[in-house]
Write a protein of this length. Structure first.
Length: 310
């Protein structure tokens, strides 16, 4: 596994103000707060009523820039991971360049679709492009308005998903190693897909997830010769608390090693990992050279992980 070097300059997260609680969903479909929490760990999620995917991406990006008063003239790469944009073209990333008023800069912009693994894929691609020496600074965004594509008459899916966005700014670095492992399998794609609305086979997705998360963690640790004790925190995709708990138990890793915020936001797909990472970093006293592991899986099926020094 090749060592790359990137510096995580800033992270951010943006959640719409409107909440959709389990009690609200009880009025829409045959479900209950107890049923949802016991099976998913979700209590509520955010819904973007009057905001688009671009609006969410923009607000997350602005927060990351503002956090460190970043010189946006350095940015020459923007990647947005999303599956829920209102437009096929132009890309959210290209529209984001314009909304950030960076039209006079030469910036490579594109969207990336790897479902819930999207942010890790995008971070991997951005890292390789920066390490090529052809780019200086990348803005990576995971932004989803899944309320665009959720069927609120389907109790098996509408309880799972929420809206939100997160952003990360990275630069080249000589002493901040980053490692990635990503892959996919087309064999199971019919169990989780999006046409007009999201459809999933819950048991099949669960069976896949509780296998692929431990596999990804073990692969990253083995290929980087890293001990789990060297990892300060694992930030998993927030799909279902039972999945995270099952993965932790299968690896004999304490649940305290996994940062979980699914209770408040549900599954935000490509925004999930970056929202959780930003929330974790904001809540904990800043420690130099933390080793953070990111883990995700999604439709395709895609999966991936990263070890970052932050």
């Amino acid at each position: 596994m090749r060592e790359n070097n990137i510096k995580v300059v800033a992270t951010s997260s943006y959640l719409p103000a409107s909440e959709l609680t389990n009690e609200d969903l009880e009025k829409l479909v045959d479900t209950s707060d107890e049923w949802i929490q016991s099976r998913t760990g979700i209590k509520k999620r955010r819904i973007a009523k009057d905001e688009t995917v671009l609006d969410l991406a923009y607000r997350a990006a602005k927060l990351a820039i503002k956090k460190i008063k970043y010189d946006v003239r350095k940015i020459d790469l923007i990647i947005c991971a999303t599956i829920s944009s209102e437009h096929i073209m132009p890309s959210v990333a290209s529209s984001l360049q314009g909304k950030l008023k960076l039209n006079d800069q030469e910036i490579t912009c594109f969207d990336l679709n790897a479902a819930c693994t999207g942010f890790i894929y995008a971070l991997n691609v951005a890292t390789q492009m920066l390490n090529s020496g052809n780019y200086k600074s990348a803005l990576i965004v995971g932004a989803e308005k899944l309320s665009n594509v959720v069927d609120y008459t389907d109790r098996n899916t509408c309880v799972l998903f929420g809206d939100g966005a997160g952003a990360m700014i990275i630069e080249n670095s000589n002493n901040n190693p980053a490692y990635f492992y990503t892959s996919s399998s087309g064999d199971l794609q019919n169990y989780l897909y999006l046409k007009d609305k999201i459809k999933l086979n819950g048991p099949k997705v669960y069976e896949f997830a509780i296998t692929i998360i431990p596999h990804t963690i073990k692969t990253l640790l083995k290929n980087t010769k890293t001990s789990i004790d060297d990892i300060d925190m694992i930030i998993p995709h927030q799909a279902n608390y039972r999945i995270i708990n099952a993965a932790a138990n299968s690896l004999n890793i304490s649940n305290d090693k996994f940062y979980v915020n699914i209770r408040n936001y549900g599954n935000t797909s490509a925004a999930s990992v970056i929202i959780a990472l930003d929330e974790y970093l904001n809540q904990k006293p800043r420690k130099e050279n933390q080793k953070i592991m990111l883990i995700a899986f999604g439709g395709g099926f895609t999966w991936g992980g990263a070890i970052l020094s932050i």
